[in-house]
Structure formats: C-alpha cells, structure tokens
Design a protein around this ligand. Structure first.
Ligand code: HEM
Length: 133
C-alpha cells in the first residue's frame, strides 16, 4: 500500500486533536443516523465494539504495508460479518463514515491525500472481507 504514510499522518492528527474516543463516538453516532438498519446488528451496549474498532485501527495502521500477509484473518473477519447479517452495501456507508469521522476528529485538518489514503486503506480491507460474501 503506497499511501501508508498518509494513513499514519491521519491517525497522528486524530491522536493530537480530538482523540480516538471522540472519533469512535462520532463514527457510531453518524453510522446509525445514516443507516438505522445497521443499529440492530450491534448489541445495545456498543462500548466493547468501540474498543474493538480502535484496536482494529491500530492493527490496520501498523500492518498496512503487510495487508496481504494477514489475508486469511481478514477473510475470516469477512465470513464473521456475513454471518452477522452485514451486507455489501453497508461497507460503502461504513467507509464513508470512517473518513468523515477521521476528518471530524482531526479538526478538519486532513489533506485530500490523507482522506484518500484512509479511504483506500479501508477499501482494501473491505474488498478482501467481501470475497467471503
Ligand atoms: C473494513 C470494514 C470493517 C472492519 C475492519 C470491521 C472490523 C470488525 C471487527 C474486528 C469486529 C470484531 C470481531 C470479533 O469480535 O471477533 C467487528 C464486529 C462487528 N462488525 Fe465490523 N468491521 C467492518 C465492517 C463492518 C460493517 C460494514 C458493519 C455493518 C454495519 C459491521 C458490523 C459489525 C458488527 C455488528 C460486529 C459485531 C458486534 C458485536 O457483536 O459486538 N462491520 N467488526
């Protein structure tokens, strides 16, 4: 992944500005407004899921140059999502909301290149997950 430095810069800005907690709060709030049907897939208390998303982001950002090396784990994650009732359509909204929340949590300081890199990083992961659908 050639844009890994931009993804890392983006995450650094989030850590420096509003922080990961505000990022993840904004993400779920905004996801459920855009896609109310997705709310029912999650347990009523999503605090654990918020931690999981942040841990996934840390892993993704550290491993972004080696995504092919963890392809089989990502495929398993895809199968898990299919079993949960997640649809391919939800991935587009999910990724859009991730980028928007990243911008929000960095006080709108992301450059176009950073936004694109963030989107492409998630798209790459989502495309592997969707192979399991
Ligand atoms: C690139 C896209 C995505 C990534 C990297 C991702 C990552 C993850 C991870 C790591 C977990 C935890 C799995 C476990 O506990 O074993 C999870 C759970 C979950 N994800 Fe995703 N996910 C993505 C897309 C989506 C989408 C599009 C939806 C639907 C709106 C979704 C809904 C869920 C739900 C409902 C759970 C289970 C929550 C729970 O039972 O606590 N995910 N996701």
């Amino acid at each position: 992944m050639t844009n890994s430095q931009n993804v890392k810069n983006c995450w650094t800005k989030i850590r420096k500005e509003k922080g990961p907690d505000l990022f993840v709060d904004h993400f779920y709030q905004s996801l459920f407004i855009k896609f109310p049907a997705a709310r029912d897939l999650f347990p009523s208390n999503i605090e654990t899921q918020k931690r999981t998303l942040l841990a996934t982001l840390d892993n993704m950002i550290n491993g972004i140059d080696y995504i092919e090396a963890i392809r089989s784990e990502i495929l398993d994650l895809g199968r898990h999502h299919k079993n949960l009732g997640v649809t391919a359509e939800m991935f587009n909204v999910f990724i859009l909301t991730i980028v928007e929340s990243a911008d929000f949590a960095s006080n709108s300081t992301l450059t176009d290149a950073e936004r694109t890199a963030w989107e492409e990083g998630f798209r790459e992961m989502a495309n592997i997950m969707l192979e399991a659908f």
